[in-house]
Design a protein around this ligand. Structure first.
Ligand code: PNW
Length: 578
């Protein structure tokens, strides 16, 4: 029998005190139902090619057959969740905001900005339908209107990123920063502060200046660490009077794995070597540490904070079998731990060193020191969750996915899916927050710097089929009233369930200090182009008109009331829950 208890925000029943830490709780507890596992397990191996293909945002579909086979005969166990009811109030100081990134929304590629690796990658046709970020949401020209819209949605904080090559067209800090670039971000910050919206600024959201890539990019240690530090210093110097929250890197896992292993993201390296993603990841970490040190040593008087945003989806062990518990631990360590452990625990996870040996670079003693506690808060981006299962026999060969050695996409087909095909697993957000709290005890607490979904009503696909609908055109300069009649009930349901999960984590003493919805606008969804819409505001890419979705109004009410009503029973999600 499948567990079909209410999903989402469901709370665990009180756990027995004998369970010493969450570390041992990556696995179902309090089994209420289940059938015995088969004596001889069926062949649950998922082909490696599939693992690589789905390792990212790639559709999960191709091997549903394999997954279905994998699920057959599995022990089904779960816990009885207690319903959350009534009004869920957040702490008074809780930061509610919305998030975007430069390449995904700014456009104005030709207006003083140097090319980035995403220009090169997308104009070479690597994103869906030939999409590029050249125009995107034309936020560069519409930022004042966009900030007015944020105000109307009661947004308290706005997370955006600075385009490195808009400030330094050649990535070179020896050249004076672009006046045009400085002016744009300066005006953006002033407009935000005037609107009473706190800026949270990401320095690097994947758009490396092409000129630096030509010099070796993230694979060239001395060059990139210095270049990133110099760029960060320029940002702190020019904007630090107005920015009190800095995020050095967005999701270095994506830069390393999608950029240097699967090739789904710029610069599009595929697994030519079994080390490139580890080398890139190593330098991303060192670049983060460099920027954090510069901020703390040279800009302490600005009185702000500097942190990093790491992405991971929770991996729940498929059973209580030791192998599956181990698989779940490995999955977490190879995703979140890879970047979190050097910062919070002093070095790479032990299991990575054991699997990778010398293919994983090492930190010198001084680098370890520089990295340790180099983040004033833990930025967490999390969108989904999944199960983890040990493969029936070890994977052969070396490379990121082989090194993990886990059935990475082991899933529950009862779970709802978003338009990205990502499982909707709200309780996994609660679990990962509790895990981060227990394992890393981050000073300054945890900020959910991204959470959201691409899940549009059918009418969206119909509208997007109109010729040119997904080929953005620059704004024509005509100011139009923003309309407000777009219903996206699945996104409202998603946000309600996930905010409820955040609330549940806070009740269990996770120090969660903020939540940013991804995203403020529909935008350039990287390799997926414009068809996957994450916005709480719809963008008509032909006219650049903005329409507030019902999820936008929903979040506005949450932001204003500093809380929300718990999901009703009929809104809750099916499938396995813990
Ligand atoms: C994040 N994954 O990317 C990024 O920070 C955003 O720019 C992006 O638009 C958003 O999530 C939605 O995709 C991710 O493979 C990319 O698990 C890939 C994954 C997760 C997040």
């Amino acid at each position: 029998m499948f567990c079909t208890f209410w999903g989402g925000h469901a709370e665990l029943m009180e756990l027995p005190r004998t369970l010493p830490s969450r570390w041992q709780r990556i696995g179902p507890v309090l089994t209420v139902t289940g059938r015995e596992p088969r004596k001889s397990a069926p062949n649950t191996a998922i082909p490696l090619a599939f693992l690589a293909a789905v390792a990212t945002k790639a559709p999960l579909a191709p091997s549903r057959g394999a997954l279905r086979r994998a699920l057959r005969g599995r022990r089904r166990s779960c816990v009885v969740p207690a319903a959350r009811t009534g009004f869920l109030a957040f702490p008074e100081s809780f930061v509610f905001g919305v998030a975007t990134s430069a390449y995904q929304i700014e456009g104005a590629a030709a207006e003083g900005r140097g090319p980035s690796i995403w220009d090169t990658f997308s104009t070479a046709g690597h994103a869906k339908d030939g999409a590029t970020g050249e125009v995107a949401c034309d936020h560069y020209h519409l930022f004042k209107e966009d900030i007015r819209l944020m105000s109307s949605l009661k947004v308290k904080a706005y997370r955006f990123s600075i385009s490195w090559s808009r400030l330094l067209p050649n990535g070179d800090a020896a050249e004076p920063p672009s006046e045009e670039g400085l002016r744009f971000y300066s005006e953006l910050l002033d407009a935000l502060l005037q609107a009473g919206i706190e800026p949270w600024v990401t320095l690097y959201h994947w758009d490396l200046p092409e000129a630096l890539h030509a010099k070796g990019g993230w694979l060239s240690k001395e060059m990139i660490v210095k270049a990133f530090g110099d760029y960060a210093r320029i940002c702190f110097h020019h904007f630090g009077d107005r920015v009190k929250y800095w995020i050095t890197l967005n999701e270095p896992w994506c830069s390393a794995v999608l950029g240097y292993n699967t090739g789904d993201h710029a610069p599009g390296y595929t697994e030519e070597t079994d080390t490139a993603c580890y080398v890139a990841g190593h330098h991303l970490l060192l670049a983060h540490a460099e920027a954090a040190q510069i901020y703390r040593e040279e800009f302490a008087q600005q009185g702000g904070e500097v942190g990093i945003s790491l992405n991971a989806d929770w991996r729940q062990a498929d059973s209580e079998r030791e192998e599956d518990l181990e698989a779940a631990r490995r999955a977490m360590e190879f995703s979140l731990g890879w970047f979190a452990e050097p910062i919070y625990l002093g070095d790479y996870p032990k299991c990575m060193r054991e699997s990778c040996g010398d293919r994983l670079p090492s930190f010198s003693a001084s680098e370890k020191k520089k990295l340790f506690q180099s983040s004033d808060f833990f930025g967490l981006n999390s969108y989904s969750g999944n199960m983890a299962k040990a493969p029936p026999r070890p994977f052969e060969g070396t490379g990121y996915w082989e090194d993990i050695g886990v059935e990475w996409w082991h899933t529950d087909h009862q779970w709802a899916r978003t338009d990205m095909d990502w499982p909707v697993v709200p309780w996994s957000l609660r679990e990962i927050l509790l895990y981060v709290q227990d394992r890393y005890k981050p000073m300054g607490g945890i900020i959910v710097t991204e959470n959201g979904c691409a899940c549009e009503p059918d009418i969206s696909a119909e509208l997007d089929e109109r010729p040119g609908a997904l080929l953005p055109r620059p704004w024509d300069g005509v100011r139009r009233a923003t309309s407000s009649d777009f219903e996206d009930p699945e996104r409202v349901r998603f946000f309600r369930a996930h905010l409820s999960a955040v609330h549940a984590a806070i009740e269990r003493k996770a120090q969660v200090k903020g939540y940013f919805a991804w995203s403020f606008l529909d935008n350039f969804e990287w390799a997926e182009g414009y068809g996957k819409r994450f916005g709480i505001v719809r963008v008509d890419f032909q006219t650049q008109e903005r329409t507030i979705k019902s999820s936008g109004h929903f979040l506005a009410r949450v932001f204003e009331a500093n809380g929300l009503e718990a999901p009703a029973k009929e809104e809750q999600y099916p499938g396995r829950t813990f």
